[in-house]
Design a protein around this ligand. Structure first.
Ligand code: VGL
Ligand code: ZN
Length: 193
């Protein structure tokens, strides 16, 4: 059975230049993300795309005690995937951040369109190794990788397919993921099985 899967975190308009919570050069990873998607599809491996998907009122937003300006509000243009990302038809979308009382940084706080937790979906699909790219290195990618490792998955962080909110935090995040047991790769060396 094929056990590796690709996870592309939150490659949404609001996290790209011009968006409500722009990550510097967030859109620059789109071409390389598309190459990873092609590579995983060609190998018959599952692709998961995740989306930050907030209600208008949530403790995640400054106005309600949180850290962030409003972003990725459900069903808005800002919450849509970057238009140039080639989302495969048989990818599985994982929604996170949709409860009003949680930040929901980690994809492991998320669920599929039938309400099944990300962990359950992965286990049902027989996945044991996640290759993670997307936005943002210092939030979603970090928390997802740490939760994955804690839950017993192997993790490879795709260094050329992530961007972070803060450069120093992102460097720390990469180190923390590695210290916690994650491997790293770039497109040239990647050989998912
Ligand atoms: C994220 C900041 C705010 C993320 C979500 O998914 O990385 N970052 N909301
Ligand atoms: Zn958010």
């Amino acid at each position: 059975m094929r056990k590796s899967a690709l996870v592309i975190a939150d490659l949404q308009n609001d996290f790209c230049p011009g968006g409500a919570l722009q990550v510097r050069e967030g859109d620059k990873i789109v071409p390389i993300v598309n190459r990873y998607i092609e590579l995983f599809m060609a190998a018959g491996l599952q692709v998961y795309v995740t989306r930050d998907w907030h209600p208008t009122e949530t403790i995640h937003f400054k106005e309600f005690g949180g850290k962030w300006p409003p972003h990725c509000i459900q069903s808005t243009k800002g919450a849509e995937f970057h238009p140039d990302m080639n989302v495969p038809e048989d990818s599985i979308t994982i929604t996170k951040g949709d409860s009003a009382d949680k930040d929901g940084y980690s994809c492991f706080d998320g669920h599929d369109d039938r309400g099944r937790s990300f962990e359950r979906v992965l286990k049902e699909n027989g996945i044991d190794h996640l290759y993670i790219g997307g936005l943002a290195t210092d939030y979603c990618v970090l928390q997802t990788a740490l939760d994955a490792l804690k839950t017993g998955f192997k993790v490879t962080v795709l260094l050329d397919a992530v961007k972070g909110v803060d450069a120093d935090d992102s460097e720390r995040a990469i180190n923390e993921m590695i210290d916690s047991g994650a491997g790293t790769s770039t497109i040239d060396g990647v050989e998912p099985v």
